[in-house]
Design a protein around this ligand. Sequence first.
Ligand SMILES: C[S@@+](CC[C@H](N)C(=O)[O-])C[C@H]1O[C@@H](n2cnc3c(N)ncnc32)[C@H](O)[C@@H]1O
Length: 472
Amino acid sequence: MKSGTEKPTARSESEFLAVLGRQPRISLAELECLFDDVRLVAPYLASFRLLPNSPSFRAKDGSTIPDIRRLGGSLKLARPLNISPLDFLRSLPAKGKITLGVSDFSHGAKSFVAEKEALRLKKALARAGRAVRVIPNKKSAVLSTATTLHNRLYTGRGVELIKHNQAFYRVIAVQDIDAYTARDQTRPARDAKVGMLPPKLAQILINLCGNCPAGSVLLDPFCGTGVVLQEGALMGYSLQGSDLDARMIRYTRQNLRWLSEKQINYNRQNPLDNIGEKQLKSGFQEVEESGHFEDNEGTKKSSVAAKMPPHTSIVAQNAEKVNSKNKWGDDLLNLASATEVQRLENWVREGDARSFQWRQPIGLVACETYLGPPMSQPPAEIKLKETKQECKGIILGFLRNLAAQIQPQTPVAIAVPAWLRPDQGYERLNILDDIRNLGYNVKSFKNLEQADLLYHRERQVVAREIIVLRKE
Ligand SMILES: C[S@@+](CC[C@H](N)C(=O)[O-])C[C@H]1O[C@@H](n2cnc3c(N)ncnc32)[C@H](O)[C@@H]1O
């Protein structure tokens, strides 16, 4: 677009754009499982449409928009501008200064070109008597999630325009990185030895099970410290967890109780009053940090985060209507009810995933399985062979046991280990055929291959391969 008056091609009201995360194909897989007509439009951009049961809410203007709080893999959401950027900016409420940033996703876009676009708009608006503060692009043509979030460039007179070739979009929501950090780092029971699943990845695993009805029972048979269950509760699922290690069961209970108390403090009620303290207290003070897996994606401890409630909404239209009293209220946080918390003893239990009998019904299964021992160096050949064998036995034993207890078509999303080799490639378990032989279909995706579903940070020794299944 050269001038502020040229009109971009009109696009449908129902189209949305997602800015994809660090591993864009994994973000894309998540979108494919929740939305319609998902297409990769640039390496870090995907377009999609809502399905009737996609995670969404009604915005202030009456339109239905996707709920970014439930998407672990999308950094920002945007809508196409069907008028020129200048006309759009002119249409904003007349009072007060506009804060404007531009992210340019066009191939080879340079930071100064993105900023020039913002400055051009600022100049044109100045002629019409509107004041604009431009957010500098610094070193990148794309503004970071933190810049968008902390400058509130998704609401009111805060505007981030996304440019891709000739098309412009307006950002409508941004991922609340501070809330993820707080959920990850301020929960009371953490244990680096079992691996610390980033909350975003836990959300992705749950979402890979598709749009399951609210209240469906989410099972994590390797629940560890409970990250999947914690995220599942926040997404409105009922929960069931088990783990071989009694200490992990205590940690999960401690973390879930903490989470529900956070909500309750916000609601200024105390439905936990009736719960026997003795029942809930055992082992709650134990915290172990032995630091082998260092995998807290993008979650640096910040003083801001430490002060924040662990789940603070950032969706613009909603955030504005929320007052401090209902920040954790039902419309923002579908935490499984206090009644669920009271049934804690029943739904988180000690047991071996290869033989445990879970409570029925089971609506969806999402977990990070046993990943083998923590490693800081690529393992020697013999150690790798031994570890692979051990993990394969546990994972296939679990899937065999599970197949006998779930209904056909029940979705199952698992993260299994893969190990860094000295040649910097990853050694996978290669268990897809074994899994099919147990009576599962392995999901195939439109926009990506199974090989893309490897979640890791650079040079991370134990990576996670994601596998999405449905019982036949
Ligand atoms: C990688 S950790 C999962 C961590 C978890 N996602 C969390 O949020 O902390 C794997 C867990 O599997 C458990 N485990 C190992 N073998 C098991 C088995 N046969 N049955 C059930 N749990 C098992 C371990 O105790 C450990 O807590």
